[in-house]
Design a protein around this ligand. Structure first.
Ligand code: URA
Length: 202
């Protein structure tokens, strides 16, 4: 039995299906994560909703005025993204939370279509190396031409339309607990997007 079927059996009330992007297609900023987490997006059906990575991301978005309203772990909330859309490189829960190359490749057309469908796209924030490399491949670039690095900000020409690709370590529990991604480091990423902190919500 495949993972999705077994999740559906064990947790019939969960989403257990491909997770669609969250936020307006007309947004200027696209955040690309890795894949739905088991008890996060795979449960709630909304990217970055229900796990610690999501709580951290939505907290930061609110802090920098890129989201308003209240976030709840079950997604039954009124959070609104401001000029931001959130998606994942991989659309379904990967086995052992680790997407393999075949899965990333299979999902690439969806990511490429997602990027192409955003008429006002200015900035892509990639969370983690995997999302970064998948995004580059999705826009027809070799990852080696724009290597992943935390707080790197590069301009890319998308057929005459220049966008910025900003890369960050992923805001996973592992990265925050080990100190690979500190609060200061993550805040720096949002400063790069919005300019100096405006501190809208606590
Ligand atoms: N939840 C997501 O939707 N994506 C991630 O990369 C991590 C958690």
């Amino acid at each position: 039995m495949d993972l999705r079927q077994s999740c559906r059996r064990q947790k019939p009330s969960w989403h257990n299906a491909p997770v669609e992007s969250f936020g307006d297609i007309t947004a200027r900023i696209l955040i690309v994560g890795l894949a739905p987490g088991l008890r996060g997006a795979n449960r709630t059906g909304r990217p970055f909703t229900g796990d610690s990575a999501g709580l951290y991301l939505f907290t930061m978005l609110r802090r920098f005025g890129l989201a308003s309203g209240n976030y709840r772990e079950d997604g039954d909330d009124d959070i609104q993204l401001a000029d931001v859309r959130i998606t994942n490189a991989v659309r379904c829960l990967p086995p052992a939370n680790k997407p393999v190359a075949a899965e990333i490749n299979a999902c690439r057309p969806f990511l490429a279509a997602e990027i192409a469908a955003m008429p006002n796209l200015d900035i892509i924030l990639t969370l983690g190396r995997l999302a970064h490399d998948a995004t580059l491949r999705g826009i027809g670039q070799r990852p080696a031409s724009v290597p992943f690095g935390h707080a790197k900000d590069r301009a890319i020409d998308l057929q005459g339309h220049v966008i910025r690709i900003i890369s960050s370590y992923h805001c996973s529990r592992y990265n925050t607990q080990t100190g690979r991604l500190t609060d200061e480091m993550f805040a720096e990423i949002f400063q790069m997007i919005t300019g100096p902190e405006t501190s809208v919500a606590s």
